[in-house]
Design a protein around this ligand. Structure first.
Ligand code: SAM
Ligand code: DTB
Ligand code: SF4
Length: 327
């Protein structure tokens, strides 16, 4: 096993930022039509505006997580009715990946309800990554925090993307999670980057954060050097039993604004319209695509909650004249 450590080069604190929180906040405050126009200009400079990349999620280990993330139905701190499951077997994962590929997904993302994987977990995940890659799909995993050795194991197994979300701004973070801090997340992202894997990192909106705090999340992501290749923007899925279950609904137009601002701040990233789509009308989703979203989670299930059925998504893309693709 390659146990070489990854050199850490923290960016100097006084390096110029790509974009300040104030500049991001100013984008949020633009008139809606102006914001969408700018987002579309940026989008069309870098992407085919009618193309959407499709990722399918699979929960390879569900529930009983030792972290206290306030939004999450899988935290052992909350009673949500999510049943704990042992880790899936390799053949179950391969079967799900093959089905996702046949349905048209090009990336398969394996998620686990861990603070961080154990050594034993890693052996199984490595086999899963190799097998899914063997099908010719892009691979992604989201397993919690990683150390140097685990990061290299995943890289050597052929993992293309690692998903680890910043979730929210540094200022709001303490309201949502207490069992690990923001710097832990930045450290994992740094390791993934140094190991040469693509970074997938985004966050959740609709958790009661202010516009300034929403801008703080986008600025944090955009100032990562380089910024993530893939940026999932999740609309909070309110699950009974979690501390955020009674949170007020975010105005759908504010969700669209967040997508547009992410597009402008990270012009070349795949911005993923992520959790919360099941509760969204076709019209709001269409606005998200106009605002620059060009990736979705595809398949009837996210991790423990629902996602639009494949038939509904196919019909939506058809209606909008959009097609699946990733080039
Ligand atoms: N345990 C790992 C971790 O936290 O990094 C990986 C899985 S975790 C479920 C992945 C991401 O799902 C979280 O960072 C969060 O952004 C998102 N998520 C979890 N519950 C959510 C919810 N109820 N609504 C929206 N997004 C959610
Ligand atoms: C991400 O940003 N969103 C996905 C994925 N990365 C792992 C997860 C959404 C989870 C929604 C709640 C659930 O289904 O448990
Ligand atoms: Fe655990 Fe991840 Fe859920 Fe947090 S988001 S409780 S770390 S599964």
């Amino acid at each position: 096993m390659n146990t070489q450590t990854i050199a850490f080069h923290r960016p100097a604190k006084n390096l110029p930022q790509r974009i300040s929180v104030e500049e991001v906040e100013a984008l949020f405050r633009l008139p809606f039509a102006d914001l969408l126009y700018r987002a579309q200009q940026v989008h069309r400079e870098h992407f085919d505006p009618n193309q959407v990349q499709l990722s399918t999620l699979l929960s390879i280990k569900t529930g009983g997580c030792s972290e206290d993330c306030g939004y999450c139905p899988q935290s052992a701190f909350h009673s949500t009715g999510v049943e704990n499951h042992r880790m899936l077997q390799l053949d179950e994962v391969v079967r799900a990946a093959r089905a996702a590929q046949e349905a048209g997904a090009d990336r398969f993302c394996m998620g686990a309800a861990w603070r961080e994987p154990s050594e034993e977990d890693m052996q199984s995940v490595v086999e899963m990554v190799k097998a899914v890659r063997g099908l010719g799909m892009e691979t992604c995993a989201t397993l919690g925090m990683l150390n140097d050795e685990q990061t290299l194991m995943l890289k050597n197994a052929g993992l293309d993307y690692y998903n680890h979300n910043l979730d929210t701004s540094p200022e709001f973070y303490g309201h949502i999670i207490s069992t690990r801090d923001y710097q832990d997340r930045l450290d994992t992202l740094e390791r993934v980057r140094r190991a040469g894997m693509h970074v997938c990192s985004g966050g959740i909106v609709g958790m009661g954060e202010s516009v300034a705090q929403r801008a703080g999340l986008i600025a944090q992501l955009a100032n990562l050097d380089p910024y993530p290749e893939s940026v999932p923007i999740n609309n909070l899925v309110k699950v009974e039993g979690t501390p955020l279950a009674e949170e007020e609904d975010l105005d759908p137009l504010d969700f669209v604004r967040t997508i547009a601002v992410a597009r402008i701040a990270m012009p070349e990233a795949r911005v993923r319209l992520s959790a919360g789509r099941q509760q969204m009308s076709d019209a709001v989703q269409a606005l998200c695509f106009l605002a620059g979203a060009n990736s979705i989670f595809y398949g009837d299930q996210l991790l423990t909650t629902g996602n639009p059925e494949v038939e509904r998504d196919r019909a939506l893309l058809d209606k909008l004249g959009m097609h699946a693709g990733k080039e």
